[in-house]
Structure formats: C-alpha cells, structure tokens
Design a protein around this ligand. Structure first.
Ligand code: HMG
Ligand code: MG
Length: 283
C-alpha cells in the first residue's frame, strides 16, 4: 500500500449546498481561505448551477472571485451545463466537475434529464474544457442505492463511470449519495468498475448517513483507491437526495488515515479550526 492519500475537500460546495439558512458569501470565502491554509491540493468551492434549484450556491461567482488563492491548490466548481462551465471559467475555476448518476430517478430529480441526456449535455463542457485546458472531474452518484429507484446495479455504475472517463474526465468520483453503502456493496461496485477502469483514476465520495463511511474508505483503500472526497466538519447533503446526511468529516478521515500510516499532508490543528468554523455555519 502506497503511503499517500489525497483528500479532496468538498465542504464549501457539498457541505453547504443543503443548508436551509442563506449563508453569507463572506463566511463561505472565509471557510475556503481557512481550508487553503490546511494543505489541501483540491478544494471544491462552489457550483454554477441554477439558483432556482440550489439557492445556496447562487453566489458562486462572488465566492470564487474573492477567495485568496494559494499556489498549488486547485479550486474546483461543479458545472451541470455549458452555461455553468463558462461562468466557472469567468470566475477563474482551476478545474470543474460534471455530475451524472447511475440511477435514472436521481438523474431526473437532480439535473432534470435522463442519464443518456446528461452525457450528451456534458459533451460541450468537455470540449470547451479541452480548449481552455481546464481539467474535468466526473461524478457518478448513487453507486449502490438511489433514494428513488432503490438498489443500483454495479454494472450500471461501471458503465457510466467508463463513459465519463472516455469522454475525457481525468478522475471519476464514485458517490454514495445517501450514505447507504456498506463494505460489501462497495466491494461489489469495485468488482464491476475495476474491470473497466484502473483504481488510479477513481475517487471515493462517501456520505456518512449510517456511520459506514470510514469503513467504506478502508474498503476502497484495499481496492487501490487513493483519493477521497470529504467535507470539513461533516457538513452536507444533497437537496435532491432526501435523507442524505453530511459527507464524511475530513478531520475524521485524516485521523483514520494517519492511524493506518497513510499521509494526507494536512495540518491537523488548522483542519480542526476550519471544522469548528464550518460547524458554526450550520443552522
Ligand atoms: P432545468 O430546469 O432543466 O434547466 O435545470 P433550464 O435550462 O430549463 O434552466 C432553468 C433555469 O435555470 C433557467 O432560468 C436557466 O436560465 C437557469 P429561468 O429562465 O427560468 O429564469 N440556469 C442556470 N442558472 C445559473 N447557472 C446555470 C444554469 N443553468 C440553467 N448553470 C439544471 C437543469 C441542470 C440547470 C438544474 O437541474 C440544476 O441546476 N441542477 C443542479 C442540482 C444540484 O446542484 N444538485 C447538487 C449537486 S450534485 C450532488 O450533490 C451529488 C454529489 O455530491 C455526488 C454524490 O454525493 O453522489 C456531486
Ligand atoms: Mg455528495
């Protein structure tokens, strides 16, 4: 087992998108600045989605334009369509993420189209990103369970993951959107996905609804994955995934990885300070 793991901090986006209270942009900017000092290489700052769908992210451009940028940190944003992509580029996103799903029910609820339609919608984003030299990450949501369709077949996850990778995503983040996965079901997902893609291009994105996220991370580590998404303070949830609780807390993942002898390069004390501030933002 290699001894380094990358934590992709998604708290400012996945963590805050579901908060019912309108959080002032200045607090989001402060959170990102605190996170920048922790040693992350990747911070997902915001999403350029419809403010009618996710009002909390309506200040995406304001936040991304105002953060203090540290050398070596890639500041990322979600972009569901061509408009979101051009707005993200205008606000100087270093990388973007397109987000699809392995279940039709969640795809419809989250981005108002089928899986096939979503892949077609992502093509112009990928093409524009290639021209602009901006890396694109791909999410696959509902890798084991969908809040609308129930159990999701691993082969469907693998097919969507491969489609996103073949389109040009540099990395595929496999999302347990509602935190329903267990080590057994996660192993089933990897059995299917690793037949098509190497672990080196995969990331794990675990919500912690049932307290299984750390076990799922350990399972993923054993399958060779070395990148995990996490939200400082355990903030989060998806407005279109009823029952989805927060992402696994970054500080808990960092601690568990340290006990396993795996280095995240993070400043534990600064991370705890950022987590304390993130929790204060909660309603
Ligand atoms: P739609 O209603 O089908 O699209 O939504 P539309 O093109 O008809 O647009 C509707 C309105 O939104 C229009 O405004 C557009 O201009 C506007 P109106 O004419 O009615 O005034 N609009 C936009 N505004 C700003 N930025 C844009 C944009 N696009 C359209 N980019 C759409 C389709 C994809 C836009 C919508 O469904 C949407 O924004 N969905 C995003 C939902 C979301 O953000 N979910 C949470 C993130 S995913 C997640 O959390 C899972 C993840 O963490 C992984 C995991 O846990 O599994 C990533
Ligand atoms: Mg998520």
């Amino acid at each position: 087992m290699a001894d380094a793991v990358t934590l992709f901090e998604v708290g400012p986006r996945d963590g805050l998108q579901n908060e019912p209270r309108s959080i002032p942009a200045k607090d989001k900017i402060h959170l990102v600045n605190e996170l920048s000092a922790c040693g992350f290489q990747k911070i997902e700052v915001t999403s350029f989605v419809s403010p009618k769908w996710v009002p909390q992210m309506g200040d995406a451009a304001e936040v991304l334009n105002a953060i203090e940028r540290r050398a070596g940190v890639s500041y990322a944003a979600l972009t569901p369509n061509a408009r979101g992509f051009s707005d993200a580029v205008a606000a100087k996103a270093d990388e973007v993420a397109i987000f699809g799903a392995a279940s039709e029910g969640f795809s419809q609820a989250n981005i108002n189209c089928s899986i096939a339609e979503s892949l077609a919608r992502f093509v112009p984003i990928i093409e524009a990103a290639k021209v602009a030299n901006i890396p694109v990450r791909g999410y696959v949501s509902c890798i084991t369970e969908c809040p609308y369709d129930g159990a999701v077949p691993p082969d469907t996850v693998a097919a969507v993951a491969q489609d996103l990778f073949n389109m040009g995503c540099y990395e595929i983040s496999l999302g347990d959107t509602i935190g329903a996965a267990t080590p057994t079901t996660i192993n089933g997902v990897f059995d299917a996905v690793l037949e098509r893609l190497p672990a080196a291009v995969l990331a794990g994105h675990f919500h912690d609804t049932n307290g299984q996220a750390l076990a799922n991370i350990e399972t993923s580590l054993a399958r060779g994955v070395r990148v995990f998404d996490a939200a400082v303070g355990g903030l989060g949830g998806c407005p279109y995934a009823p029952g989805a609780k927060g992402n696994v807390a970054t500080e808990a993942v960092a601690q568990r990885l340290a006990t396993l002898g795996l280095d995240t390069g993070l400043d534990v004390q600064r991370l705890q300070n950022a987590a304390d501030f993130a929790k204060e933002l909660r309603t």
